[in-house]
Design a protein. Structure first.
Length: 107
């Protein structure tokens, strides 16, 4: 299997044999982080792009947004069920009142 490695699972664990990280297209033009050719593993981890560092935050934000939407849907469903229950109760009360009125008129 000839798949490219990832940051967490590189092709090789020897930092000297790993390819240097390339700057992101979103980085400021002309700005170069300290040194992409360092062979130290600590330095290569330090050179991760800003977007990569913000991925967990973006995932957490998306997760919370999804949870809030789910909670809002549940609240709407609960309000709808309550409204239908109250409507049925009002209809039963109305029928009882009509029957009582009809009984009173008949006597």
């Amino acid at each position: 299997m000839n798949t490219a490695g990832t940051i967490d699972r590189p092709l090789t664990y020897d930092p000297k044999k790993q390819a240097p990280m390339k700057p992101s297209t979103h980085d400021i033009a002309g700005f170069t982080p300290e040194d992409f050719t360092t062979s130290d593993a600590k330095d290569s981890r330090r050179n991760r792009t800003r977007e990569m560092q913000l991925i967990p935050e973006a995932l957490a934000r998306a997760h919370m947004h999804e949870r809030l939407q789910e909670a809002e849907r549940e609240r709407r469903a609960l309000r709808l069920a309550t409204a239908r229950r109250m409507q049925r109760r009002a209809e039963r009360a109305s029928m009882r009142a009509r029957r009582a009125l009809a009984m009173a008129v008949m006597q």
